[in-house]
Design a protein around this ligand. Structure first.
Ligand code: NAP
Length: 245
């Protein structure tokens, strides 16, 4: 490959993708939104900050040597994914979506699916102690939840917070023993999560099952139609290789 690969990042997959490309001698530029104060940086070159929507990204791409785009942003970063699809259509640069599969329930799981953070807040309104793991953005949806809320995020969240909030700052990966202990210590009665998928934050689901605690899961936003999708870094590498750019 002679051109540069742009990896739209902010996830573990994106970091692994960048590392694998660097290992193979590919020129890679990872892009981060700049939401996290002290982000985990991938190997290779990194840029931080938005592009200014689809047109901003298309203009930026038109000026540089990028020959392929791998959108490895979080499954809920729908704005960036939509902008990448539009910018790829404008510039003709090939785009791949790298997205890990969502979680699936197993025996003993009590999962309740909802379509939005607002629906999740409504679903937990009757519980006395709620573990909110949906991230710092979108916490406003839980502002009216009457129960005690254990809120976990990487950076300190900004108001509005749930009325009765205890904030725990932590970044995954988390393990089952730690999640079980945390949930026991706070008397957690229900867990709220996005369907992020992957192993970094899945331990809370196992802990919830073991403790008999229900989990409210927010469904992923749909992907734009027609975008090729790879579920693993290996599949994404194969896509890059097959293009022989
Ligand atoms: P979003 O709503 O889809 O994106 C909002 C805006 O942030 C985009 O329009 C873009 O700004 C900028 N942006 C997002 N990702 C970017 C990237 N990789 N490089 C450059 N600019 C980016 O996304 P979000 O939900 O705010 O997520 C932001 C970042 O956090 C993503 O990189 C995502 O992978 C990561 N993340 C998100 C979640 C989540 O639950 N949403 C969880 C973990 C990590 P412009 O329009 O100015 O280009």
């Amino acid at each position: 490959m002679t051109g540069r690969v742009l990896v739209l990042g902010g996830t573990g997959e994106a970091r692994r993708m960048a590392a694998a490309l660097v290992d193979r001698g590919v020129d890679v530029l990872s892009s981060l939104a700049g939401r996290v104060a002290d982000p985990l940086l991938p190997p290779g070159e990194v840029r931080i900050g938005g592009f200014g929507g689809a047109e901003g990204l298309a203009g930026w791409l038109a000026e540089g040597p990028v020959r392929a785009i791998v959108d490895a942003t979080h499954p809920f970063a729908a704005g960036m994914t939509a902008a990448a699809v539009e910018a790829a259509a404008i510039t003709g640069i090939p785009l791949l979506r790298l997205q890990r599969p969502g979680w699936t329930a197993g025996p003993g799981d009590d999962w309740r699916w909802v379509d939005s953070l607002d629906e999740a807040a409504a679903a937990v309104a009757g519980f006395g102690s709620v573990f909110v793991t949906t991230g710092r953005q979108g916490l406003a949806a839980f502002a009216g939840v009457p129960g005690q809320c254990l809120v976990r995020s990487v950076d300190p969240p900004e108001p509005p917070l749930p009325r009765r909030a205890t904030v725990v700052l932590a970044r995954g990966p988390f393990d089952v023993a730690g999640e079980r202990a945390l949930m026991r210590a706070h008397g957690v009665e229900v867990v709220v999560t996005k369907d992020s998928g992957g192993s970094m934050t899945a331990a809370k689901l196992t802990a919830a099952r073991e403790l008999g605690v229900p989990v409210v899961l927010v469904r992923r936003p749909p992907l734009p139609p027609g975008i090729p999708v790879a579920a693993t870094v290996d599949a994404a590498l194969e896509w890059i290789r097959s293009r022989a750019i």
